[in-house]
Design a protein around this ligand. Structure first.
Ligand code: FUB
Length: 322
């Protein structure tokens, strides 16, 4: 596959979570459905109903669409909008984590299981207890523990959980107040439940103060991803309204993390969403844009490009069309 070109063109794909399982590359994207409806601030245009797992033997090979891996018709609790998923492997089983609105219109995270990284996956009948909001990403840490990071503002409903309870119409946040962070929870040994209620992760500025809600160039919006490089935890995420992929680093998986910079400048389209994975000793960014559809926000395509670290552990900013 060529860098910075769509991995597949026969369907629209977004939100790629990439992993190496058994020496092969697997990409878990959302599957955008074309329609003629309007965009809105709640993400109503993202009406996805199923997942297809993509795979590549290596970055030089063609990308294979392994077909439908899970459909909302087979998940009893789901009402609509199956958004950005991720996958984790433990003890011979693959676990797909996915956000969707339940029948009441509240985003929850579901889990589904398979013996194959390409699926098909069998979903649990209920969402994960205490789960809320969108965009799960799971880190398999070196010590055998698994952590989920997730959340998203606006259509992702993160503002609605700031009291710990679901509030359908929360007051607008003060731009000088600390920005809502993503949720963090350790997965239990069964991989389909949390050990305890998710906590909020804090992202600090260079002075050790929490990033503010009005700091739209740097604060968390959606699409968290966690990877480890040379023993340091790298939390990366989209800034949404300003369309950057940024990152923050820390020494504890639960945070706090300190803002370090930008990984990806804005792409064609409103959303930006990514994952970072090591393949054969080099590091890659998987991301999406709307190039394939000529800029239609809900018709996206997933791509990859190499990512480079500086000697001090900072990441070189990627300009996607240079
Ligand atoms: O794909 C639907 C939503 O758009 C995702 O959950 C967000 O991260 C954004 O990419």
């Amino acid at each position: 596959m060529k860098e910075r070109t769509p991995l597949v063109t026969h369907i629209f794909t977004a939100d790629p979570s990439a992993h190496v399982f058994g020496g092969k590359i697997y990409v878990y994207p959302s599957h955008d459905i074309p329609h003629d409806g309007e965009d809105d601030d709640e993400g109503g245009e993202y009406i996805m109903e199923d997942y297809h797992v993509l795979s590549l033997d290596s970055l030089d090979s063609e990308c294979v669409d392994n077909g439908e891996a899970l459909h909302m018709r087979d998940v009893p609790w789901v009402g609509r909008q199956m958004w950005a998923p991720d996958c984790a492997y433990r003890d011979g089983k693959y676990y797909l984590y996915f956000p969707a609105k339940d029948k009441e219109g509240i985003f929850r995270i579901g889990a589904a299981m398979s013996g194959s990284p390409a699926g098909p996956f069998i979903a649990e009948k209920e969402p994960i207890r205490w789960s809320m909001s969108i965009d799960p990403a799971v880190l398999a840490d070196d010590d055998g523990r698994f952590y989920m990071y997730n959340g998203g503002l606006w259509g992702g409903q993160l503002e609605r959980w700031q009291t710990g309870e679901y509030v359908p119409d929360p007051p607008a946040s003060d731009p000088d107040s600390p920005a809502p962070g993503p949720f963090f929870a350790e997965l239990a040994d069964n991989m389909i439940s949390f050990k305890e209620k998710p906590k909020t992760v804090t992202i600090l500025d260079e002075n050790g103060s929490p990033l503010k809600a009005g700091d739209e160039d740097r604060r968390f919006f959606e699409g968290p991803w966690m990877h480890k490089y040379k023993g340091i935890y790298y939390l990366s995420y989209s800034t949404g309204t300003t369309h950057y992929i940024c990152y923050a680093t820390g020494t504890d998986p639960a945070g706090p993390f300190t803002y370090r910079g930008r990984i990806l400048e804005p792409v064609i389209g409103w959303t930006t969403h990514h994952s970072i994975v090591e393949i054969d000793g080099r590091w890659y960014l998987f991301y999406h844009d709307c190039e394939l559809s000529g800029g239609i926000n809900h018709r996206r395509c997933v791509k990859y490009t190499e990512l480079f670290y500086n000697d001090d552990g900072t990441i070189r900013t990627i300009f996607p069309y240079d």
